[in-house]
Ligand binder design. Structure first.
Ligand SMILES: Nc1ncnc2c1ncn2[C@@H]1O[C@H](COP(=O)(O)OP(=O)(O)OP(=O)(O)O)[C@@H](O)[C@H]1O
Ligand SMILES: [Mg+2]
Length: 306
């Protein structure tokens, strides 16, 4: 579970997020949608801790691990493909490296032996014995054949690198998985494999994609970023789209009705004003009709008196 509390962020005059409060819960796949430049990628960076929000905070459960699809395709050029995937689980990778460094030592001390035993324990707890086979299965699933697994990232084509980085994000069953445009540069077979993987994934996924078909396949929820707020809706993209169209239509109908009612009120008001004005005119005339003879009478009286 990942919890976002009172998160706000602005770049200069541009307010991207204002007091965003959401909980992303396990077992759900959230499609984060919004207009171009609305702040989807920035929001994922806030969730991963790459960017700090100006207010609020993001928290996860104790011992939970978050994985992100890396956007820099050249970050691992000097590393072997299989290792690059395992590096997705940074703690496991560190344990493996420290363990290997100890075993490589020529002068292996008692202290080294104790440290190695500790590391072996943690390695087993982190499912380290399965790491290489799991990494290989992910790579194969995405179409990276076995002969590429021991090559350096620098030797791979652009689209192969993207697949390895994707396998890296998926590796080790992270508690929270953040994917920004994961289907970019993927062939159809890899997209279908990813769809199946995400449908069967048991933890929390938050994915940004412009691929509507993909969102429909994998999302259980839609997180709609609009006017600096994020609203969560249950259902896939089409369900969200249909319901938001319906909501807009209903709001427009209500607006139209309101306008019509307002127009009717205006007519009624104008008629009433007209009527009152007419009445008051009549009353004025009436009062003159009453007053005028009296005035004349008074004048006469005055004349008579004179
Ligand atoms: N470091 C930064 N400094 C200033 N402005 C930034 C910075 N990073 C992003 N922006 C701006 O913030 C806005 C949101 O960017 P972001 O990349 O998060 O949008 P997005 O929703 O992912 O867009 P797209 O759909 O095109 O991928 C954009 O207007 C962008 O120019
Ligand atoms: Mg983006």
């Amino acid at each position: 579970m990942i919890t976002v509390s009172n998160v706000s962020l602005r770049y200069g005059d541009r307010k991207l997020f204002e007091d965003v409060n959401i909980k992303f819960t396990p077992g759900n796949c959230y499609g984060l949608i919004g207009a171009n430049g609305a702040g989807k990628s920035t929001f994922l960076k806030i969730l991963s801790g790459e960017i700090e929000a100006q207010t609020g905070n993001v928290s996860m459960g104790p011992d939970e691990r978050l994985a992100v699809l890396k956007q820099d395709h050249f970050e691992y050029e000097e590393h072997e493909v299989l290792n690059t995937v395992i590096m997705g689980h940074s703690r496991l990778y560190k344990v493996m490296q420290e363990k290997d460094a100890i075993y490589m030592k020529a002068d292996f001390t008692d202290e080294d032996g104790m440290r190695a035993a500790e590391l072996e324990g943690e390695f087993a707890e982190l499912n380290g014995w399965e790491a290489e086979s799991e990494a290989a299965i992910l790579l194969k699933g995405l179409g990276i054949t076995e002969e590429l697994h021991t090559k350096k990232m620098a030797d791979l084509t652009g689209s192969e690198k993207v697949k390895v980085l994707l396998a890296q994000a998926l590796f080790g069953k992270p508690d929270v998985l953040l994917l920004d445009e994961p289907t970019n540069h993927l062939d159809l077979a890899a997209i279908q494999w990813l769809e199946d993987f995400l449908i069967n994934f048991e933890n929390t996924v938050i994915v940004v994609s412009h691929d509507r078909h993909f969102l429909n396949k994998v999302c259980t929820h839609i997180a709609d970023l609009d006017f600096s707020k994020i609203q969560i809706y249950v259902g896939n993209y089409d369900f969200w789209y249909e319901s938001s169209q319906l909501a807009t239509k209903m709001a427009q109908d209500q607006n139209r009705k309101k306008k019509k009612r307002l127009k009717n009120y205006k007519h009624l008001f104008n008629d009433s004003v007209q009527m009152l004005q007419n009445q008051s005119k009549q009353l004025l005339v009436k009062s003159y009709l009453i007053k005028f003879p009296l005035m004349i009478l008074n004048l006469h009286r005055e004349n008579i008196l004179m």
